[in-house]
Design a protein around this ligand. Sequence first.
Ligand SMILES: Cc1ncc(COP(=O)(O)O)c(C=O)c1O
Length: 365
Amino acid sequence: MDFEPFQYMRYAKRLEYADGIFMAGSGMNKPKRDVLSFREADFSLDSLCSNYGDPRNIAWLAARYGTTGEHVVMTAGSSEANFLVYAAALNAGDKVIIETPGYPQFTSLASMLNAEVVHLPRRYENGYEPDIAEFKKLLDDGVRLVVLTNLHNPTMARMPRDLMKEIVDLCAVNGTLVLIDEVYVDHLKPGDDDQSAFELGDNVVVTNSLTKVYGLSGLRFGWAVGPKKLLSKMLDLIDIVDPELPTITQNLAHHALENLARLRPAARRLHEQNWPIVKEWADSRDDIEYFHPPGGITVWLRVKDITETGNLSTVARNDYGVLVVPGEYFQSPGWLRVGYKIEPTAVREGLSRLGKAIDDFKSHR
Ligand SMILES: Cc1ncc(COP(=O)(O)O)c(C=O)c1O
């Protein structure tokens, strides 16, 4: 099968083990032991896991989304959930609208299924909100799926609820499914426009996991919540690839879900602690433009007059020991995604090194 490899993921996986100050990550570190400690019993292979997931977890998620278990599918992270939604919803030749800049998994999935990608721009000038008039022009009968992220990766922009509703309603008229990846939404303060989009329409499927905000990527615990018909097809696909879900993951995730409210503030605290440091640094340079994120642990910034941020990132890594993600991976040469989940002193040091790398890079062009 020919398909577009997910190059960002290869880059991100390798970088995690590279030397240098790590400012490339978009997920929290795992919770400290005094915040979440797993019990010996959780590591048992005997469990309630009834092949499609622990019924306690399905019930927990159904309650969180105000629905029933038939609307919930458990997956190995939101990545698998996104994969299953695509595979269940699209046939070759169908069109899928995805955001630009955007998370490149969505383009790779389209290419695997021979679906046609239609790009929906999200622009800096617009606070990265999609333009509804532009969206309307793109939405024709061939579009079977629209994919959005909230918060938006790479910028962390939030999607206003009324705009999301407008998009969902337009798609409903068109018979189009809307996938909203909400893996970053819990970076917002509880109650601050952080509700799931699931309830916005019968044509909405949301995906999420314990990875980004909760630091439990290693569990590979994710889910999709959406229309029964779609989920039933996703279960058909799960039967092909997952005879059973990992029991221990289900046990550990059960414990994490029970404690989720206690785990959530850590990411917010980190944002509130480190964002002012990043902002001060960015404001101190007249060659940096950035999007102010409402939450999260990454900032999306542009280095004025530089279009090869891929090369700049290589200089930053090799000569200055700081690791960042070039915008090229998000279809945006000239931009960088810089993470700040590390200790404040490391954030300061990392940014100082990045500044030197930028100066060095510019002086050699
Ligand atoms: C928008 C988005 N969705 C999904 C993922 C992957 O998350 P998971 O660990 O839940 O598979 C990422 C990771 O970077 C992401 O940015």
